[in-house]
Write a protein that binds this ligand. Structure first.
Ligand code: G3P
Length: 286
């Protein structure tokens, strides 16, 4: 088979088709030979469970979508985590050494206890970051962190040692979040090493006049091209437009402060509309 023909043939089984066959799944190979599309299914899960190949979706101009966009809160503040949890839309928590220090959490025992307290609040993944920079230290810390709770995801920085640690943890079935991602190349490397999540820092890129959302989109394209299962966790989210733009390009997860989640629900017309509804009700029911 020629190289160019091979390139036209895609494999994956990772996207659902909206409206058409929402619950349907089929895995297979598809592409184009001599201008004619083809699709060969690998398997059928059940009549209501088909997955279609990304190439098939592209051929038919059907856009793939994620079943859900996850909302993580980016803080180590227990009160804020509790508030976000009570809002009912929280899927997880991300922390980092700066956020832990901001809450005055110092010393290994206190840090471990604090992670446990976070895990006790949320139903979902809790990223806990290693502070070692050498492979042996990252492995030791990561293995201790996952002992705290099943919800712990080991957060590893994007360094040479970090990539080796990602590979090690992926081989052990331990979930990881590769942090401090600022380029598509770093994200590709992290995915190849088996990271569960990558965290591109949208706000910090915007801070230096680089388009953070464009990076999210670029990483998503690369992951979809090859069917990487690594999830794109848009981090350093600073305001509501970041969230909306992440949703538009299809980020798997966004992590931001409570203030951003609360800002999403605000609109002056909602406030004035409600005021009028209540005033009208009061007129007739006082
Ligand atoms: O998760 C990473 C995030 O905490 C960084 O956010 O606002 O410090 O750039 P920021």
């Amino acid at each position: 088979m020629s190289l160019s023909l091979q390139r036209q043939i895609g494999t994956t089984s990772s996207f659902r088709i909206p409206q058409v066959l929402t619950e349907a799944r089929v895995g297979g190979r598809c592409g184009e030979i001599l201008g004619l599309p083809f699709f060969v299914p690998f398997y059928f899960n059940s009549l209501l469970s088909f997955w279609f190949d990304q190439g098939f979706l592209l051929l038919w101009n059907i856009k793939p979508y994620n079943p859900d966009m996850k909302f993580f809160i980016d803080t180590a503040n227990l009160k804020e985590i509790q508030e976000a949890y009570e809002l009912g839309v929280l899927d997880g928590v991300t922390t980092n050494p700066s956020l832990m220090a901001k809450e005055g959490i110092t010393g290994k025992d206190n840090i471990m206890r604090h992670y446990k307290a976070i895990c006790d609040i949320v139903d979902g993944d809790v990223s806990a970051e290693v502070v070692s920079v050498d492979l042996a230290g990252m492995i030791r810390e990561g293995e201790e962190l996952v002992e705290i709770d099943d919800k712990i995801v080991v957060k590893i920085p994007m360094t040479k040692e970090g990539v080796k640690a990602l590979k090690y943890f992926s081989g052990k079935g331990i979930r990881t979040n590769c942090t401090l991602i600022f380029s598509a190349g770093q994200a590709l490397l992290a995915a190849k090493a088996g990271a569960t999540y990558v965290s591109p820092f949208v706000g910090r890129l915007d801070d230096i006049s680089t388009d953070g959302i464009a990076l999210i989109e670029q990483i998503l394209t690369i992951y979809r091209n090859y069917g990487f299962e690594t999830q794109v966790l848009a981090a350093s989210i600073r305001h509501t437009m970041h969230v909306i733009q992440c949703a538009e390009v299809g980020a798997d997860v966004m992590t931001g402060p409570l203030s951003v989640m609360e800002a999403l629900l605000k609109h002056p017309l909602t406030d004035s509309g409600l005021e009028k509804f209540l005033a009208d009700y009061a007129k007739g029911n006082s």
